[in-house]
Design a protein around this ligand. Structure first.
Ligand code: AMP
Ligand code: ZN
Length: 492
C-alpha cells in the first residue's frame, strides 16, 4: 500500500467528537487496546458485534501496512454486577450456580469465547492478558494513584477520589458532560457508604471471608475493581500513551471515563490518542444484553435454537450482516435482515466463482481503477463497510455483465478486479467462502463419515445417549443429520 493511501485514513475520535486524520504516535507501529469479554457466561451476539467490528478495523490497519500490537483483555475477576461497585461478584455467583470453581468458570467461557471468535473468522489479538494474571501490576498502579493523592483507603478498600481529580482534570471529557450533570445521575451517599464522593469508584475491594477469589495487598485481602485492570494492562503492554482504545459504547460513561482518570492520575498523560466506540446490537430497538434477557449466544444463532430465531444462520452470513452496517450505527437484529444477508453473502461468493471463469477481452468497458479508489475511499472514511459493500456489489454487477457479454475486461483489468474483490472480501471484511471451507472440503467429508460411523455402531449397541449426544452436539454447531431409508444424510 502506498504511503499516500495510508495517510488518507480518517478515524472518528469519541474524545474530540470529530473525524480526525489517523496519525499514529510512532508509525508504522500502532498500539490498539480493546476491552475484552467478562468470561462468566457465553458471549452474546451483541458482544460479538463489538469484537467483529474491531477485527475489521485491525484487518484494515494491517492491510494498510501498519504494524499493529492488538491487545484485548479477558476480564476474569473483579467484575461486580453493578457499575457502581455494588452487587454480587459475577464469577462467584456463576460458580455457585454451576457448582464449579471460579477459575473453572473462567476457563470454560474463555474457551467458548475463542471458539466463537474462530468461527467468525476473527484474527486473534497479539496479547490477551487476564485480570487475574496482573494483580501485582494493578496493586502497583493503585499505590501510585494513592501517592499522587487521588485515592484513599477505607477499611481495606481503596477508592478513587473523583472530586479531587476533577479539580485539575476534565473527568467527564469522554462523554462531554460536566460534573454537575454527572452528579445529577447518581444517588446520594448514605451513612453506610465508605465512599467520600458520589462519583468515587473502587480501585481495590476488601474481600469478605467467603470471597472465593482474593489476593493479599497492602490494604489486606481483596480483589481489584473492574476499571483498574484495563489501565494496568494497557500501560504494561502499550505504554502510558498509545494510539487506539476501543470498546462498546456502553463502556464510555463509566469504564472508559474511569480508565482515563486512573491513567492520568498515575502516568500524568492521556492513555489513548483515539477513542473508538462501537454502537449496540439491538433487538426490537432494545440493547442486547445478558441482563435484559434478549441475548442469544452465537451457538444458538448458528443452530436456530432460540425463540427469537426462525432458523439457524451461518457464521459468515452473520459477519456479512454486521458488515452491512457502520460500526457507529445501531444494528437491529431481525430474521428478515439476516435472511437478506444470507442471500447477499451467497451472491457475493457466487460472483467470485464466475469471476474465476471469465475470459479476457481486447478492451475494457469499465474502469476498475476507479472502483478500487472507491473501495479505499469507503474504508478510509472511518471504516465505512456498508459503502465498501455497495462498491463490491458494483463489482458483482460488472462480473455478471461480463459473463453475459454485456461488459468486457482486458486481462490486466480482470486480474485487477480479482485482486480487488479478494482483498476486500477476505482480507479486509474477514469473510470466508463457507461452501469451500465447510461442506465441500475433503477433510469435513472424511470427518463426517467417521462421526456417522461411530454413531451407527453406538446405535447398534443401543448406546442411545452416545448417539443422541452426537446428533445434538452436531446440531449445536450447525450440522444437521437425518436418518433416511437410504442411510444417514447430513448438511451444514
Ligand atoms: P462484557 O462481556 O459485558 O464486558 O462486554 C464485552 C464487550 O461487548 C464490551 O466492549 C461491550 O461494550 C460490548 N457489548 C455489550 N453489549 C453489546 C451490544 N448489545 N452490542 C454491541 N456491543 C456490546
Ligand atoms: Zn476495559
Amino acid at each position: 500500500m502506498s504511503e499516500e493511501k495510508e495517510k488518507r485514513l480518517i478515524i472518528y475520535n469519541t474524545l474530540s467528537r470529530t473525524k480526525e486524520p489517523f496519525e499514529p504516535l510512532h508509525p508504522p507501529f500502532v498500539g490498539m487496546y480493546v476491552c475484552g469479554p467478562t468470561v462468566y457466561s457465553d458471549v452474546h451476539l451483541g458482544n460479538c458485534r463489538t469484537f467483529i467490528s474491531f477485527d475489521m478495523i485491525y484487518r484494515y490497519l494491517l492491510h494498510l501496512g501498519y504494524k499493529v500490537r492488538y491487545v484485548r483483555n479477558i476480564t476474569d475477576a473483579g467484575h461486580l454486577e453493578g457499575d457502581r461497585d455494588e452487587g454480587d461478584d459475577k464469577f462467584a455467583k456463576r460458580a455457585k450456580l454451576e457448582q464449579l470453581e471460579p477459575m473453572e468458570i473462567v476457563q470454560k467461557y474463555t474457551l467458548g469465547f475463542h471458539e466463537v471468535m474462530t468461527l467468525f473468522n476473527t484474527l486473534p489479538p497479539n496479547i490477551e492478558p487476564t485480570a487475574t494474571g496482573h494483580i501485582l501490576e494493578q496493586i502497583e498502579m493503585i499505590k501510585k494513584i494513592m501517592a499522587q493523592g487521588f485515592a484513599y483507603e477505607v477499611d481495606g478498600s481503596v477508592y478513587f477520589d473523583v472530586e479531587k481529580y476533577s479539580r485539575e482534570h476534565d473527568y467527564g471529557q469522554l462523554t462531554n458532560r460536566k460534573m454537575e450533570d454527572l452528579l445529577e445521575g447518581t444517588r446520594e451517599l448514605g451513612g453506610q457508604d465508605e465512599k467520600r464522593g458520589r462519583l468515587d469508584f473502587a480501585l481495590w475491594i476488601k474481600a469478605k471471608p467467603e470471597t472465593l477469589m482474593q489476593w493479599p495487598s497492602p490494604w489486606g485481602w481483596g480483589f481489584p475493581g473492574w476499571h483498574i485492570e484495563c489501565s494496568a494492562m494497557s500501560t504494561k503492554y502499550l505504554g502510558a500513551t498509545f494510539d487506539i482504545h476501543g470498546g462498546g459504547m456502553d463502556l464510555q460513561a463509566t469504564h472508559h471515563t474511569n480508565e482515563i482518570a486512573q491513567s492520568e492520575a498515575c502516568n500524568h498523560t492521556a492513555p489513548a490518542k483515539y477513542w473508538m466506540h462501537t454502537n449496540m446490537l439491538t433487538v426490537n430497538g432494545v440493547r442486547m444484553s445478558k441482563t435484559a434477557g434478549n441475548g442469544f449466544s452465537a451457538k444458538e444463532l448458528f443452530s436456530g435454537n432460540h425463540p427469537l430465531l426462525e432458523k439457524g444462520y451461518s457464521p459468515m452470513t452473520v459477519r456479512f450482516f454486521m458488515a452491512q452496517s457502520h460500526y457507529r450505527s445501531t444494528l437491529d437484529f431481525s430474521n428478515e435482515a439476516l435472511q437478506a444477508a444470507e442471500k447477499g453473502y451467497k451472491k457475493l461468493m457466487e460472483s467470485l466463482s464466475v469471476l474465476g471463469k471469465l475470459s479476457p477481452g481486447a478492451s475494457s468497458s469499465v474502469d476498475i481503477a476507479e472502483l478500487e479508489e472507491k473501495c479505499y475511499a469507503a474504508m478510509n472514511d472511518d471504516f465505512n463497510s456498508p459503502v465498501l459493500i455497495a462498491n463490491l456489489f458494483e463489482g458483482v454487477r460488472i462480473i455478471n455483465s461480463a459473463n453475459d457479454k454485456k461488459e468486457t475486461l482486458t486481462a490486466a483489468d480482470l486480474e485487477a478486479l480479482k485482486k480487488l474483490m479478494h482483498t476486500f472480501i477476505f482480507e479486509v471484511l474477514g469473510l470466508r467462502d463457507e461452501s469451500k471451507s465447510m461442506a465441500g472440503s475433503d477433510v469435513i467429508e472424511g470427518l463426517m463419515n467417521l462421526i456417522i460411523d461411530i454413531r451407527k455402531s453406538a446405535r447398534e449397541k443401543k448406546e442411545w445417549s452416545t448417539s443422541d449426544k452426537i446428533r445434538d452436539e452436531l446440531k449445536a454447531i450447525g450440522i444437521e443429520i437425518k436418518d433416511t431409508k437410504e442411510g444417514v444424510e447430513w448438511r451444514i
